[in-house]
Design a protein. Structure first.
Ligand code: TSX
Ligand code: MN
Length: 600
């Protein structure tokens, strides 16, 4: 949603300009000359600025008032109904050659795309306010942190960036006179989907996004910088930008492990990052470091260290409730932006899968009256909350740690009704990379496509890798060689079903049991059976005590080995590797051949 002008701006706000950084000042001047805004607001990230812009967003109708007694500091935003999700078909990686972007990305020649974008942006901010947003992805003191400047004509974007990034003048301080920064230019234009383009210029550390106001397309620090540009920088600079949650798990004895996990969408990544251990695990503490993105770099000790570059959660609302994720529910009771959820008569929010019965009547995400008899959903399936990480009761102490945390285990998972066991361990780093590179997930109704169809999504990075996926796999293998104490790599599947179609594993907090086995493997205290696909826990190795109605036989079904299923998976993986051509590392192709022979 676009913001018109601010009639009057309080003294001291909107005027914190960067000075002494020639490249930055020049670029801002160029953007102003191109977009021709009537007003320029230089953000400082302060609480006073947030308060002023929130009041203005309410006045402009960008924000809708919610019940401030129930939900203090919370606001509702309704996006344009055609602008509710990321748009992979309009997302481009503009490298000098198509080969660099690879067969899994849309590509355009940088000069051609720049010319097209220039045409679209010429005069695009006439009658509008342009906001200059300085922000950091990562803690101010971390060597892994990146600075971005986002220029946008959306006050909704500014208020989201206040939550999702470390925004404000500290970013200018970190830049100094000549620091490198990501250039992000965003305009909603007229929200016409025919003029919607999300473009990345990795060689120039630059993003231009037009025609959408939606989170993943418009909050340029997240998917665009932290993953697409980030993965490109990481390859060149010797680190990793991954689509992973980060958590810590501390035993009653006080031993802590840090775990990173990659799951495709609709697998409950945010839920897992905020997991509450069941009663059986009294004394265990799980804390959230991040729910979506991890930046990781080998340390001097040969371990892999990770930070979460984000400052908030941009989570899917439907399905979030006090049973599936109490910590998320507690995180979204104040200072939260709700996008495309339903609103009750008393100014509360509602969505499908929230606690309790649906309200007798409410206003749906489009602003229309809704009752339980209505055919359409009250909240959009991709409706979101934007909440500060500091609201999370389970936020880890290490959230601001500049050095990052040393990772003990990396987990790859997907939604698989068959074949993939509850949990298994790779033989080594290369085999773990292979597990990540061949992982897939079955589609749910929330995603476009055929429900239940298996789609490969290597490392959950397919839509987010800013260069050739084959080169990305090579980078994974190279990183492994730099680590003298590499994390152990595991595969998991919370979604395996019985022949009758029932979930074999209760999931949610009970996933702590799988995590406990993985931690024990890291400590060298749990046994496993060597199978063709990796190391699997046997019933004696896995704690499923105090699980109501869950038997040894149930566990055996959840970890059962299905050779024919694996052969089918490997056929699909082979097709994907072939698509990558000569850039698919031979290490992975050889692994595939070896695995095919092993599973028989
Ligand atoms: O997030 C999920 N997790 C991870 C939690 C830490 N979900 C929700 C996925 C959509 C985002 C899950 N759904 C998980 C899970 O582990 N498992 C399942 C499947 C499942 C759903 C319901 C039941 C059991 C399994 N049980 C009953 O309905 C009683
Ligand atoms: Mn994500």
């Amino acid at each position: 949603m676009t913001s018109p002008l601010h009639a009057s701006v309080p003294a001291g706000l909107g005027s914190t300009k960067p000075d002494g950084h020639a490249r930055l000042t020049t670029w801002i001047r160029e953007c102003i000359a191109l977009c021709e805004p009537d007003q320029v607001f230089y953000c400082d990230g302060s609480a006073a600025e947030k308060e002023f812009l929130t009041t203005e967003a309410l006045r402009m109708g960008v924000f809708i008032e919610l019940n401030q007694q129930k939900l203090p500091g919370c606001h509702l935003h309704r996006s344009h109904p055609n602008d509710v999700a990321r748009v992979e078909q309009f997302t481009f990686i503009c490298t000098p050659t198509k080969e660099e972007a690879g067969p899994t990305n849309n590509w355009s020649a940088p000069d051609e795309m720049r010319a097209r974008l220039k045409g679209l942006l010429k005069g695009a901010m006439k009658g509008r306010c342009m906001y200059i947003i300085p922000y950091m992805m990562g803690p101010a003191a971390s060597p892994l942190t990146q600075v971005g400047i986002e220029i946008t004509d959306s006050v909704y974007v500014v208020l989201n960036m206040h939550i999702m990034s470390r925004m404000g003048s500290a970013a200018y301080q970190r830049l100094g006179a000549d620091g490198d920064f990501n250039k992000g230019l965003h305009s909603t234009l007229d929200l016409n989907p025919d003029r919607r383009l999300i473009c990345h210029f990795p060689q120039d550390n630059e993003i231009t996004s037009v025609g959408s106001g939606y989170g993943g397309n418009a909050l340029l620090g997240k998917k665009c910088l932290a993953l697409r540009i980030g993965s490109y920088l990481a390859k060149r600079q010797g680190w990793m930008a991954e689509h992973m949650l980060l958590l810590s798990a501390e035993s009653p004895a006080g031993r802590k492990h840090y775990i990173a996990a990659a799951f495709p969408s609709a697998c409950g990544k945010t839920n897992f990052s905020m997991l509450i251990p069941p009663k059986h695990f009294a004394g265990w503490k799980v804390a959230t470091i991040g729910d979506d993105i991890a930046w990781m770099k080998p340390g001097a000790d040969g371990r892999l260290y990770a930070i979460n570059p984000e400052f908030g959660y941009f989570g899917v609302a439907p399905g979030t409730n006090y049973l599936t994720n109490p910590n998320a529910m507690k995180s979204i009771q104040r200072d939260t932006i709700y996008t495309n959820v339903a609103m009750t008569e008393d100014g509360d929010v509602w969505w499908e899968g929230k606690d309790g019965a649906p309200p007798a009547k409410c206003t749906d995400w489009k602003g229309n009256p809704w009752t339980p008899e209505s055919k359409e959903k009250a909240a959009h399936p991709n409706s979101r909350f934007t909440a500060p990480a500091t609201n999370n009761p389970a936020l880890a102490n290490e959230f601001e740690l500049a050095s990052g945390v040393p990772i003990s285990a990396i987990i790859f998972g997907g939604r698989r009704a068959s074949t993939v066991p509850l949990v298994y361990q790779s033989f080594d780093w290369e085999h773990g990379t292979f597990i990540g590179a061949t992982m897939g997930s079955e589609m749910t109704a929330a995603a476009a496509g055929t429900v239940g169809k298996l789609r490969l999504d290597p490392m959950a990075m397919l839509p987010f890798c800013g260069y050739h996926m084959g080169d990305y796999f090579t980078h994974w293998l190279e990183m492994g060689k730099k680590l003298t104490q590499p994390p152990l790599i595991f595969g998991v599947n919370w979604f395996r079903k019985s022949a009758e179609g029932k979930f074999l594993w209760p999931g949610f907090g009970e996933n702590m049991r799988a995590m406990k086995w993985m931690i024990d493997r890291c400590e060298g205290t749990a046994d496993a059976k060597e199978m063709p696909i990796g190391h699997l826990p046997e019933p004696k190795d896995f704690d499923f005590a105090d699980m109501e109605g869950f038997t040894t036989s149930d566990f055996e079904k959840a970890i059962a080995y299905d050779a024919a299923g694996w052969q089918a998976d490997y056929r699909l993986a082979g097709e994907f590797f072939d698509k990558l051509g000569g850039r698919c590392p031979s290490g992975l192709k050889d692994r595939l051949a070896k695995q095919k022979a092993r599973v028989g």
